[in-house]
Design a protein around this ligand. Sequence first.
Ligand code: FE2
Length: 259
Amino acid sequence: MMIKNSSEMLDNGFAILPFPNDLKIAVKDYILKKISHSTSVSLNESSSLDEITNAIKNLSDDDFIKKFSKPKRNLNGEPGNSLREFVSMLPLSFGGTKADINFLSPAEIKSDASFCNQTLDLPWRCVRPLKGDVGAAHADIQFWNINANTDLDPLCPMDYDERWKVWVPLFGCNKSNSIQFIKGSHLEEVPFIEIVNNDSIKPDIDKNWLIENEGRFECPFDSFNDNCVIFSDKLIHRGPKNNSDQIRISNEFTILLKS
Ligand SMILES: [Fe+2]
């Protein structure tokens, strides 16, 4: 049975997948180099989570916003190509016939001189302890629909039928500070409006619906070591505030899948 057609996936809207350890090491190594560059603190694979946390915590809020803006947090180069290879093999166990990752949108491409129209959309996210570095609950399809046919519509390397999202835990992830899903919400009509926020349009899920469903938010992971999670682009999810005293870093990307 292919994962995408399993009853667990159909009912819950997500599934835990094994994530290759060598790929995780390559991604983590890439990110540590970026953090070293942004913080001027020398970090490598033997650096402790406290050392990484302190390097970032020592930046002022203004410096953090500048140095860790979304264009600065896009995985490029070798680990990006390896992630793309991982995705291309996914249909063997997941289902579908062909899979790839989308490129950045034209607006994002303009935001950094190193981007071009084939730069993969591979953001990594860094959530500082006790700071508001997280977004509101949403389903990714809401953003895709809002951005369709605008400058923020991601470029795509292939024709596809379905979108899936992958979230990869990297540094400091635990059950209380990592992604949370509302199981089964991909099958529900979730009320939301579109609001203008910092000059861009964003989905805003109905407050009453969120209050009623607050108790359903749940982190899907039991173990964070060798796993990632793949989920429907209709599944409601959020990143909680990081109440631990260490940094939390993850990576995410969309999978375009041909049936
Ligand atoms: Fe999302």
